[in-house]
Ligand binder design. Structure first.
Ligand SMILES: [Cu+2]
Length: 158
């Protein structure tokens, strides 16, 4: 069983905001409806991602396949902070609602989200081991960015 990052304020808030989309297990464990955290060493694929001030997420990932482990190497090429979050439609909507309430929220201990300063490069590795309806969603949840188009989708292939 995954017993990784402790539950963060962000995740706790999401649990409150969207109880149907999230479920807790034993103490300290976080379970996601759209996959599981993984390590870079487990990756079966590496994808470069660029976040830009034009509110674009540049990545070449039209589809993810079930059980693929993808290492995202994310660079913020802009002059403003950006985020890279992974989820499904429901979780991204819940995250957007949270960020509207707490716009300064950071995600240091959240396995599904990176907050990147200008010029920064960080990594996130994700195992797509749970069926996602229709598509996986990648988004920047800094207020105004998601609505400005800072979202990309990848089809989920079973
Ligand atoms: Cu952004």
């Amino acid at each position: 069983m995954f017993t990784g990052p402790r539950i963060t304020a962000c995740v706790v808030a999401l649990l409150a905001a969207a109880p149907a989309a999230w479920a807790t297990g034993t103490h300290g464990a976080v379970h996601y409806t759209f996959g599981s955290p993984a390590t870079a060493a487990e990756a079966t694929r590496t994808v470069a991602v660029r976040l830009t001030d034009a509110l674009r997420i540049d990545l070449d990932l039209p589809a993810v396949h079930r059980n693929e482990v993808v290492r995202f190497v994310v660079t913020n090429t802009g002059a403003a902070p950006h985020e890279f979050t992974i989820g499904d439609r429901a979780s991204q909507r819940a995250h957007a609602a949270m960020m509207a309430q707490m716009p300064d929220m950071k995600h240091q201990d959240d396995a599904t989200a990176l907050t990147l300063a200008p010029g920064e490069t960080r990594e996130l590795t994700w195992r797509f081991d749970k069926d996602v309806k229709d598509f996986v969603e990648f988004a920047c949840q800094i207020p105004g960015h998601y609505d400005g188009g800072m979202v990309r989708r990848a089809a989920f292939v079973k």
